[in-house]
Write a protein that binds this ligand. Structure first.
Ligand code: MN
Ligand code: MN
Length: 306
C-alpha cells in the first residue's frame, strides 16, 4: 500500500512524537496499512524518558518526503514548522491544537480543537471511532498531555485534558503526579547539551506582525541553574540574530515547579517584551510571573503589542 508519512513539527516535543505514533496506530486500525510514524528532528530527553519507559522505538527520522506523497500532520499545521516541501505533497489529514496557518488548494480532513494537547484530540478520535486504547497508547497519550500542559497547570489546560488524563492514567497504570514530574524532570537535564543545542531544543520561528522572532523555551526545575549559562547563551543568541536577520530572540526559561518564566530577550525589538508584559529588562532579562505557555501567554500577547 502507498505510504502515508505521519509527523509532528520540527524540533519535536513529546506531543509531536507520541502523536505521530498514536496517529499511525489509529490509521492502521482504520485500514491504512501504509501509515508510517516519522519525526522531523531529534528526540528530546523528556520524550526519551517516555520511549524508554515503554521500551519502544522512536519514529523514523525524515527531512522531506517525495513530491506528491501522502502525509498526515499532527501537532502542527504551519508550513514554517513542517517539511520544507509541504506545498508539494498531499496532506490527507491534520490533527492539531495550534492556530491555523495552513492553506491548501484541495479539501482535507482537518481536526483542530483549542485543547491543551494534540493527544487529547487523539483520545477523542479513538473514542469516536470505537478503537481500543491499550496501555502503551494510553501512556503515550497521557505523557504528551502532561508535557504540553505542564501537569495540567498551564492556562492552555481544558476540562477535556483533565478528563483524558484521569482516564488514561488508569489505563496506563500510572500516578500522573509522580510519573509526570519524573518525566518533566528528565526533560530539564541540560548537562549534556551545548549552548547551540539548548537554543534549538524547542525553538520556534514566529513573526509578531512585522517583528521577525525566534522564541525558544527551556523547561527547568531551577531557573538559577540555567541562568549560570546566561553570558554564553546571549553571545550565541546575538550571533543567530545577525545570521538570520531577526528583530527579536526570546529565550523563555520556564520553571515547571512554580509556573513562572525567566525571559532573556535580545535584538532591536527586545523592548516589545517590556511593553507586552509591563516589565523592565535588566541585563536583558526579566521574570514573567505565571507565564508558562508560549501559545497562550506569549504569541497573542506579543502580537497584540507589536
Ligand atoms: Mn508541540
Ligand atoms: Mn502540542
Amino acid at each position: 500500500m502507498e505510504k502515508t508519512y505521519i509527523f509532528g513539527h520540527k524540533n519535536p516535543d513529546t506531543d509531536s512524537i507520541t502523536s505521530s505514533l498514536v496517529m499511525t496506530n489509529f490509521e492502521k486500525k482504520l485500514g491504512n496499512t501504509g501509515a508510517v510514524a516519522c519525526r522531523l528532528g531529534n528526540i528530546n530527553k523528556e520524550t526519551e524518558y517516555v520511549l524508554n519507559y515503554l521500551g519502544i522505538e522512536a519514529p523514523e527520522l525524515i527531512e522531506k518526503v517525495e513530491e506528491g506523497a501522502n502525509v498526515i500532520l499532527v501537532d502542527h499545521n504551519s508550513p514554517k514548522e513542517s517539511i520544507d516541501n509541504l506545498d508539494k505533497v498531499n496532506i490527507l489529514k491534520v490533527v492539531d491544537h495550534h492556530k491555523i496557518a495552513l492553506e491548501t488548494s484541495y479539501p482535507l480532513f482537518y481536526r483542530a480543537e483549542a485543547v491543551g494537547c494534540t493527544e487529547t484530540i487523539m483520545y477523542k478520535l479513538y473514542k469516536e471511532n470505537g478503537i481500543e486504547i491499550d496501555k502503551t497508547i494510553a501512556t503515550l497519550m497521557v505523557s504528551a498531555i502532561i508535557s504540553d500542559t505542564l501537569l495540567l497547570k498551564s492556562p492552555t489546560t481544558t476540562d477535556d485534558d483533565r478528563k483524558a488524563v484521569k482516564e488514561l492514567s488508569e489505563i496506563a497504570g500510572i500516578n500522573p503526579e509522580v510519573y509526570g514530574l519524573e518525566m518533566l524532570k528528565a526533560g530539564t537535564d541540560l548537562s549534556s547539551f551545548s549552548i547551540d543545542e539548548i537554543l534549538n531544543l524547542d525553538a520556534k520561528k514566529i513573526d509578531f506582525k512585522e517583528v521577525k522572532s525566534i522564541v525558544n523555551q527551556v523547561n527547568t526545575a531551577d531557573i538559577s541553574d540555567v541562568m549560570t549559562l546566561k553570558a554564553d547563551l546571549e553571545a550565541r543568541m546575538n550571533q543567530i540574530i545577525n545570521e538570520e536577520g531577526l528583530d527579536l530572540f526570546m529565550l523563555l526559561i520556564t520553571d515547571i515547579v512554580n509556573s513562572n518564566s525567566q525571559v532573556i530577550a535580545l535584538g532591536k525589538s527586545a523592548s516589545l517584551v517590556e511593553k507586552a508584559y509591563g516589565v523592565k529588562l535588566e541585563n536583558n532579562t526579566a521574570l514573567l510571573k505565571g507565564v508558562v505557555s508560549r501559545k497562550k501567554q506569549v504569541v497573542p500577547v506579543m502580537t497584540e503589542n507589536a
